[in-house]
Write a protein of this length. Structure first.
Length: 537
């Protein structure tokens, strides 16, 4: 087995040597130079691709903190570099997550996420990945800004950014933010401070209001928004808030209705809503009999009084009447009287209805609304160039010359839609619309220097490989042509000699041919192959 391997190796070396000896010295030098350049290009490409990439992980504020960071990194065996002042630490990008977890568990803040981290990316970085990086960048930026306040020890921010699907409705949606605070003891923190943080966060996010901002602390207290009190003192503020909520609701309804027509790209709505905050209480009493068998209510109380009296005639009071003897004859005539009195209290069915009229109702006839809409007409730079409108002027000059807006005629149906959607009369609806030009510049492709170097090296390597293959085929073809011409010339010279020989001297010609075959077997074999190829071709 070993002998076969050795024999195969010897034969392979002989073939390689035979193939190499076919080239001329100049060709050998060219091939060696190409191989050297090719190896050098491969080495440079490998060095660029495998070079360690370091990213900033910690910017220590003191040498004491820097020493603690160094001990932690050394303890985990992480690969890092330290600046000349000993305060800035850079770590290999592949170990960045491990370093973040290590330092975070030891309460050491890592370096802030920068906008370069958001924008930098390889060819495999998607737009969704960039959106996630941007969200992380904004969250860390808000945390850094909030922690700069004296009363705040630490801050954590969570954002909920609505998906941007390219529609105007999605663009008008505001981002939700939740900020969790750990406050320092002994330092005053008030609701005004929380409101200031909410306004700062809303401004940084591009929100028009602070409606979607919530600020809490680790104790579970909600600092913002402040719970509304409905006491008499704050009654006026609550009325104003109710008016603002009603106006906001009407504005959103109008925007959605008009955007649904796909006629406009931007819509702004202004309202002046009249509201009735007066309080009204109405009490109504209804009486009825208990059932159909009675024409009056049930007896609740009754008083009855009855008196009978009789009157008669008599003698003189005293003894005068007995002084004479007489006979008793009834000649008297008397009077009688009867008295009857009755009082009754009845209980009819009674229904008491107490109605309290709602406060804060919209008075539509006294309300008004105004709508300003904009329609964008997209003009692309490449389309303008193709149409020949940029002959003699630049793209910037063209934009300045056509950057006007045109007022549009409003259809009565649109005004009717606004009136029906809000309940406000048509006479109180004001609607204006304009058309504006939106210019889109030609997108210039941006390629990083590292990507350019990689592409150039790949092109060079492919070019060199193609050149080597072409030169090898060309050299082999030239050698075969030279050998073929040499053999044909040699045979032609012998044939010319043979033509002068007589027929009786054929034995001498045979000898010459045999000598030629013995001396040049390879040339004869090449000639025979060429003849066979010509015959079979």
């Amino acid at each position: 087995m070993v002998d076969k391997v050795l024999d195969f190796g010897k034969k392979l070396l002989e073939r390689i040597k035979e193939w190499w000896n076919k080239f001329q010295p100049k060709q050998k030098t060219l091939i060696i130079g190409i191989i050297v350049v090719l190896l050098l290009a491969i080495a440079i490409l490998v060095a660029v691709l495998t070079r360690k990439q370091y990213v900033n992980i910690v910017n220590a504020e003191s040498t004491k903190e820097a020493a603690a960071v160094r001990d932690l990194l050394d303890g985990q065996g992480l690969d890092y570099k330290v600046s000349s002042d000993g305060l800035h630490f850079d770590i290999v990008s592949t170990q960045q997550s491990d370093a973040n977890l290590l330092l975070g568990s030891n309460n050491i803040p890592t370096a802030a996420y920068t906008i370069d981290d958001v924008l930098n990316g390889s060819f495999s970085t998607t737009e969704a990945d960039k959106q996630k990086r941007y969200k992380l960048f904004i969250e860390e930026q808000i945390e850094q800004d909030v922690k700069s306040m004296k009363a705040v020890n630490t801050a954590s921010c969570q954002l909920t950014i609505p998906d941007d699907n390219g529609t105007l409705i999605a663009q008008n949606r505001e981002t939700y933010a939740s900020v969790l605070l750990e406050l320092n003891e002994g330092i005053s923190f008030t609701e005004e401070n929380a409101a200031a943080i909410a306004r700062m966060v809303a401004t940084g996010l591009g929100n028009a209001t602070t409606d979607n901002i919530t600020i809490t602390d680790v104790e579970g207290r909600i600092w913002f928004p402040v719970e509304q009190s409905y006491s008499t003192i704050e009654k006026a503020d609550n009325m104003m808030m109710l008016k603002q909520e009603a106006e906001s609701l009407i504005k959103n309804e109008v925007r959605q209705v008009l955007l649904g027509t796909n006629e406009f790209n931007q819509i702004e709505v202004g309202t002046n809503i009249a509201m009735d905050f007066s309080q009204k209480e109405i009490t109504q009493h209804n009486y009825s009999t208990p059932d159909d068998e009675h024409d009056q209510g049930l007896l609740a109380h009754e008083e009855v009084y009855q008196s009978n009296a009789t009157d008669g005639l008599g003698g003189v009071p005293g003894t005068d009447s007995n002084s004479e003897e007489d006979y008793m004859i009834d000649e008297s005539s008397g009077t009688r009287s009867n008295t009857y009195e009755r009082k009754s209290d009845y209980l009819p069915n009674e229904e008491i209805i107490k109605t309290t009229a709602a406060t804060g109702t919209i008075v539509y006839n006294d309300s008004s609304i105004s709508v300003a809409a904009v329609r964008y007409r997209v003009v692309r730079e490449e389309d303008v160039r193709l149409q020949g409108f940029l002959d003699g002027i630049s793209w910037e000059e063209y934009k300045l010359a056509n950057n006007g807006k045109t007022k549009l005629e409003i259809d009565e149906d649109l005004v009717g839609m606004v009136a029906n959607a809000t309940g406000i009369p048509t006479k109180n609806v004001s609607f204006v619309a304009y058309e504006e030009v939106q210019f889109i510049d030609t997108i210039q492709s941006t390629v990083a220097l590292k990507d350019i170097i990689q592409i150039v090296l790949i092109v060079i390597i492919l070019t060199l490989l193609a050149f080597v293959v072409i030169m090898s085929l060309r050299t082999r073809r030239e050698v075969e042509e030279e050998e073929e011409l040499a053999v044909e010339d040699l045979l032609q010279s012998h044939v010319d000699e043979l033509e002068g020989i007589e027929t009786e001297q054929k034995s001498e010609a045979r000898k010459l041919i045999e000598n030629f075959v013995e001396e040049n077997p390879e040339a004869v074999a090449t000639l025979l192959r060429n003849w066979l190829d010509e015959d079979w071709g």
